[in-house]
Design a protein around this ligand. Sequence first.
Ligand code: 5GP
Length: 209
Amino acid sequence: MGDRGVLTVISGFAGTGKGTIVKGLMEKYDNYALSVSMTTRSPRPGEENGKSYFFVSREEFEKTIEEDGLIEYAEYVGNYYGTPKAYVEEKMKAGFNVILEIEIQGARNIKKIYPDAVLIFIMPPGADELEDRLRGRGTETDDVIRKRMDRAALESDGIEDYDYIAVNDEIDKCVSDVHTIIEAAKMRPQMNEEFINKVREGLKKKASR
Ligand code: 5GP
């Protein structure tokens, strides 16, 4: 069977806990690699360069675009965000499932470039729960929470562009659901062409005897 990793896009509204799900996957299984994006936005408290993001200037970002160093990039709320190419290619070849935690425009672009990529949208159990979680963080003003809820309403129109949804009701369950989706994706015929051809050739040889 094929041993190339699956390129996996994970998206979800702010507050759905997609970061926690990705962290859970990395901790529970050893065949995942998380791609670190490049961005022009400023680091938030606690964010480290090279871990959360590669924080760069607009000039550096545009230079990387020109050098064809990004698989995809998008402008989101006034800043550039993009996926560095080299890391993704290298890790997939080495058999890791590479996770991209990106927004919807990026997800659509990835599907065009890598048709075998698996797009997963992490859903909250409901709209009330999402609002409760955003309020529960206790760090944001009412105005910011309203903006995030408005954005979620807009983003919800794009969910059907994804291959799967996973509901983050209970974290462990959601982590194992996402893992199941990715493992199943490896069993698609297009991920196993070499193996299928080998068996098919063997069968055809036997059939002509
Ligand atoms: P934040 O500023 O909250 O970290 O991220 C804003 C949005 O940009 C999130 O939806 C996040 O998933 C998305 N994002 C992060 N990295 C990338 C990337 O490399 N490409 C794209 N298209 N979106 C990204």
